[in-house]
Design a protein around this ligand. Structure first.
Ligand code: C2E
Ligand code: CA
Ligand code: CA
Length: 646
């Protein structure tokens, strides 16, 4: 059983120093008291000076009570109160100017002031020369002490009750108090108590509100500089620190490098273990990078990219260490680290531009290369500016019509007649010539701009189909490619169906291709989007089947109309004994689960006839036609070179 005396003691000690409040609230209450002290002490000091002057000039009418002792005692009382007020004033000003930090002195002064002020009030009232004004000095001092300097309600109660009791006691000594005066004093006690309590309550509420706001602000400040996923600084914070360092003349910039780290094969990690494990891994990597680069500026950039700003001395060792630690975390996948470096050439370079160079250097490292660090050099300038050109000109290229779908024929395996087409993007640029998807798709994905391209291709496809209707040409269902990011950056379901309505074409005229890797550990948005494509009657095609880790899982979780077998299966078709049984079992599997199959990359009659034999329904490949401009594709249909049988 807890000791009740101890509990009581605890309760009072907490109340006295407001210990049950948070430090913020305590500080707020303390500071607001210090602020009030300034005005209280000025007013009290002026009053005391006025009273002293009044006594010395004889302005005070003592009503016959004024003798030498009375005057001396009053003067002493005024002077004591005056000194206390001045001490409080000095402390308060120094505290507010942060010249004095001690809370202890503040508490002490406050207690001394309150005790002296109230004793003074009782004394002056008690020895008052004017019986009608007796109560005023006392009440004024009570108000100064308890309503302006706000105390905890328990303290207010104790101070107020004991001082009122003393006052009553002394007044009663002068002459027994009437019942009505006692009632009046009791009412004054209650009124003072309530107003002191109310003021305390209001201040506490203000303080607590302030605390809430402060909490939110500090969270916002933290969010603004810390990346939530990895718990290490974000790019914004990196930018601020590095720009300060670059401006610092004592930093030798030729010794510094912007470092862009890219985890190699992280995509495979995500595919194999799923996104939440992938995120955990990124968090661990964040820890590794901060640990190895302790003392340097590091941050999380995006995807599986980390950045740092560090001296070139000892840098290769650090990078080697980061790589080893990452590899030690997961041995079943060959994870690597591709790092790009950039030496700032001027103190004015913006960190995002410096990082673009470093990033470019990192992307120049080929897969499986023995080198895993590259420094940006002038040879990279052309390729770098091509990349920057793509990023900066995607909008205008779309607008000016530089980007167009090319059409590649899809044929029936049974007779080689046309069953559809796949729209494949081409960027025909006045400066760089013909750009193929490999030149721009990875860049657009990296910079989260891919939806602009995909939605444009989709619109062009719909427009071309409308034109075919209008010219009475045979209508070929056309496949469009969607990227995983489209679902994050846009609303493809809405865009596609709006476009179909706009051009008044059929849902069956468009097939949606999505790669199996886009579906690995799919977030809900993709699941929902695919379901709604399906509900609206679009045909869903699973692209590049067999190219990743997750092929079979994808089949379990989603239903597709078509399985597009990755062209990788057909590599070394003639000399690899295993190729044929693998392909035929895929086709068989697809049939069992109610899907059709399409083989990509058919380049020879030998492959064609094999695929037909094993029952693969559709084919695509250079044997039947390369991707070509829409006009050429249309001409081949009208000339009869391509026979259509949809
Ligand atoms: P994909 O969807 O698998 O497209 C098939 C790719 O294989 C095309 O390359 C095509 O030209 C090529 N191909 C077709 N038949 C043969 C063949 O017999 N032999 C060989 N060696 N290659 C063949 P392309 O047009 O360069 O496109 C590459 C990839 O870029 C596409 O692969 C697709 O993933 C992506 N892509 C193309 N256009 C778009 C687009 O508009 N949006 C998105 N998101 N991705 C696109
Ligand atoms: Ca495709
Ligand atoms: Ca494909």
């Amino acid at each position: 059983m807890p000791d009740p005396a101890k509990k009581l003691k605890n309760f009072f000690s907490k109340a006295c120093a407001n210990l049950h409040y948070s430090p913020y609230v305590r500080h707020y209450l303390f500071t607001s008291n210090v602020k009030s002290s300034v005005s209280v002490s000025i007013v009290v000091s002026l009053l005391e000076i006025f009273m002293l002057v009044s006594i010395f000039t004889g302005a005070v009418d003592s009503g016959g009570m004024q003798n030498q002792t009375w005057v001396t005692n009053h003067v002493i009382a005024y002077i004591i109160l005056l000194i206390t007020s001045i001490a409080m004033l000095i402390y308060s000003i120094l505290f507010l100017k942060s010249k004095i930090k001690s809370y202890f002195i503040g508490y002490l002064l406050k207690i001394i002031f309150i005790m002296i002020a109230i004793t003074f009030g009782i004394y002056i009232s008690y020895t008052s020369y004017d019986a009608r004004g007796q109560v005023f000095a006392f009440i004024t001092m009570e108000l100064f002490s308890l309503c302006i300097l706000v105390l905890h309600p328990i303290n207010t109660f104790i101070v107020l009750t004991s001082s009122f009791a003393l006052y009553l006691y002394f007044q009663n000594m002068i002459m027994p108090l009437s019942y009505s005066i006692k009632v009046n004093i009791f009412t004054a006690w209650i009124a003072t108590l309530l107003s002191a309590r109310n003021i305390h309550h209001q201040r506490r509420i203000e303080a607590q509100k302030g605390e809430e706001i402060e909490k939110i602000n500090s969270q916002l400040r933290k969010n603004a500089t810390i990346n939530e996923l990895t718990g290490i600084p974000n790019f914004f914070s990196f930018q601020q620190t590095t720009e300060k360092l670059l401006k610092d003349e004592s930093v030798d910039i030729s010794d510094m490098r912007f470092i862009f780290m890219d985890i190699e094969n992280f995509k495979n990690y995500n595919e194999k273990f799923g996104f939440s494990k992938g995120n955990e891994f990124l968090k661990k990597t964040g820890g590794i990078v901060s640990e190895v680069f302790a003392g340097d500026t590091v941050a999380y950039f995006s995807d599986d990219h980390f950045i740092a700003f560090s001296s070139v001395k000892g840098l290769s060792k650090k990078l080697e260490l980061v790589k080893e630690k990452i590899q030690a975390e997961e041995k079943s996948i060959h994870l690597g680290l591709k790092t790009g470096l950039y030496m700032p050439e001027s103190r004015n370079i913006a960190s995002n531009i410096a990082l673009d160079y470093a990033r470019y250097a990192s992307s120049s490292i080929k897969k499986h290369s023995i080198h895993n660090v590259a420094e940006y050099n002038t040879h990279m300038d052309i390729a770098f500016s091509k990349k920057q050109y793509i990023i900066n000109n995607i909008d205008s290229a779309i607008e000016k019509g530089y980007i167009q779908p090319f059409y590649q024929p899809l044929v029936w395996a049974k007779d080689g007649s046309l069953c559809g087409a796949e729209a494949l993007a081409r960027w025909i640029d006045p400066e760089f010539g013909l750009l193929s998807p490999a030149d721009f798709i990875p860049i657009l994905e990296e910079y989260h701009l891919i939806h602009k391209l995909d939605m444009h291709i989709m619109r062009e496809v719909c427009r071309n189909i409308r034109a075919a209707y209008d010219s009475n040409l045979p209508i070929l269902p056309t496949s469009i490619n969607l990227s995983r990011l489209d679902f994050m950056l846009a609303d493809p379901v809405k865009e596609v169906s709006d476009c179909i309505n706009k051009y008044n074409i059929k849902k069956t005229d468009i097939h949606i291709e999505i790669t199996e890797s886009a579906l690995a550990d799919s977030p809900d948005e993709i699941m929902k989007a695919l379901n709604s494509f399906r509900e609206q009657g679009f045909s869903l095609w699973l692209d590049d089947f067999g190219s990743g880790y997750s092929s079979l899982n994808v089949l379990k979780d989603f239903s597709f109309d078509m399985m597009k077998l990755d062209m990788k299966f057909l590599l070394r078709f003639s000399d690899n004994q295993k190729t044929r049984p693998i392909i035929s079992s895929m086709v068989e599997l697809a049939k069992k689960i109610g899907m059709q199959t399409l083989s990509e990359g058919v380049e020879s009659p030998e492959v064609f006839s094999y695929l037909r034999e094993i029952g693969c329904e559709r084919l695509q490949g250079y044997l039947f036609g390369k991707p070509m401009p829409p006009e050429e594709f249309r001409k081949k249909i009208t000339s009869g070179e391509f026979k259509v049988s949809v």
